[in-house]
Design a binder for this molecule. Structure first.
Ligand SMILES: NC(=O)c1ccc[n+]([C@@H]2O[C@H](COP(=O)([O-])OP(=O)(O)OC[C@H]3O[C@@H](n4cnc5c(N)ncnc54)[C@H](O)[C@@H]3O)[C@@H](O)[C@H]2O)c1
Length: 334
């Protein structure tokens, strides 16, 4: 029995993500929460002939607690996407407040659930959830994940495009590490399961890296004011959720990059800090998933000189983003 909950379920990501979770045969109950429209989304999805029983709640009458009751896995795509006219700082404040309040609800009603954070900026919203859980005495780093899967999905697709064969996209895996915004996104293309063409020039490698780092901008531009990546994000979120669910159910050997607190695997976390040469609390690394959540944090492995420069460039920004999340919560307490 697996109860999956989506917080922000009526949104651009939330609706297709809820659809994909409804079609996951391992999900037996699906709880949908949003400040608008969840009864309608739940009624619609409930007609699909798959096992999950669907419930949808709005804020009145303790809707958040009712949705979270008995949750095994909670996915959070609630928030505001990038829009013209909204500064980064406005966006941060809105999303940080939303994630803080939802994390408080999870800490109270479903403190043992696995929490998958999609709301941006992930490099800050994951620390926000952790700080709230610490305040409630329920923080277990093994169960908290920042969803960076869209970067991994884009890397597979873009490499397949370079190879001229989209048919290869589903089987190509490229570790993408660091964090989940711009320069903090570090694709390790030298470790791609499908090698780039021999003679792929450094300039082309830099362009491909940049495309993975700023893939979101392509979508924002193409949508022309109507939002950011929603469908590809829903696919990526459902993929990662499905991996977590398979691991909870006992499947071994599932490894996926995700943004985690390095105390989730103290030995692996320490080894990773030595590898990157910096005392960081959070990093997106390849993580082996298990029944408790994070089973182990894997090393980054051999990096090219170019990849080392990308990691170096990511570290200061990553530290600032994490600090921003932690400070937001300590300031909220005052
Ligand atoms: N991790 C990633 O790779 C990634 C990719 C794309 C977008 N995102 C982020 O995902 C978030 C959602 O994007 P979207 O395009 O779906 O936006 P959207 O505006 O279409 O949907 C967001 C939903 O959140 C709901 N919401 C707002 N406040 C809420 C609250 N307090 N409680 C519950 N629900 C609430 C809204 O009602 C809306 O339905 C944004 O923060 C966006 O930046 C992350």
């Amino acid at each position: 029995m697996v109860k999956a909950v989506v917080l922000g379920a009526a949104g651009g990501i939330g609706q297709p993500l809820s659809l994909l979770l409804k079609t996951n045969p391992s999900v037996t109950e699906l709880g949908l929460y949003d400040i608008v429209n969840t009864p309608g989304v739940a009624a619609d999805l409930s007609h699909i002939s798959t096992p999950a029983k669907v419930v949808g709640y709005l804020p009145p009458d303790d809707g958040l607690a009712k949705t979270l009751q008995g949750a095994d896995i909670v996915v959070i795509p609630a928030g505001v996407p990038r829009k013209p006219g909204l500064t980064r700082d406005d966006l941060f404040k809105i999303n940080a407040g939303i994630v803080r309040d939802l994390a408080t609800g999870i800490a109270k009603t479903a403190p043992k659930a696995f929490v998958l954070v999609i709301s941006n900026p992930v490099n800050s919203t994951v620390p926000i959830v952790a700080e709230i859980f610490k305040q409630h005495g329920v923080f277990e780093p093994k169960r908290l994940f920042g969803v960076t899967t869209l970067d991994v999905v884009r890397a597979s697709t873009f490499v397949a495009e370079v190879l001229g064969d989209l048919g290869k996209a589903p089987s190509i895996s490229v570790p993408v590490v660091g964090g989940h915004s711009g320069v903090t996104i570090v694709p390790l293309l030298s470790q791609s399961s499908a090698a780039l063409p021999s003679g792929f020039a450094q300039g082309d490698l830099e362009k491909l890296t940049n495309r993975i780092q700023y893939g979101g901008d392509e979508v924002v531009k193409a949508k022309d004011g109507a939002g950011s990546a929603t469908l590809s994000m829903a696919y990526a979120g459902a993929e990662f959720a499905s991996k977590v669910i398979r691991a909870i159910k006992g499947e071994k050997g599932i490894v996926a990059p995700t943004f985690v607190h390095l105390a989730s695997d103290p030995a692996g976390g320490e080894a990773l800090k030595k590898e990157i040469g910096k005392e960081l609390e959070y990093f997106s690394a390849p993580v082996e998933l298990g029944p408790e959540g994070v089973a182990s944090i894997k090393p980054l492995g051999k990096l090219t000189d170019y990849e080392k420069t990308l990691v170096e460039a990511a570290l200061p920004e990553l530290a600032t983003n994490v600090e921003k999340g932690v400070t937001f919560i300590s300031a909220s307490k005052l």
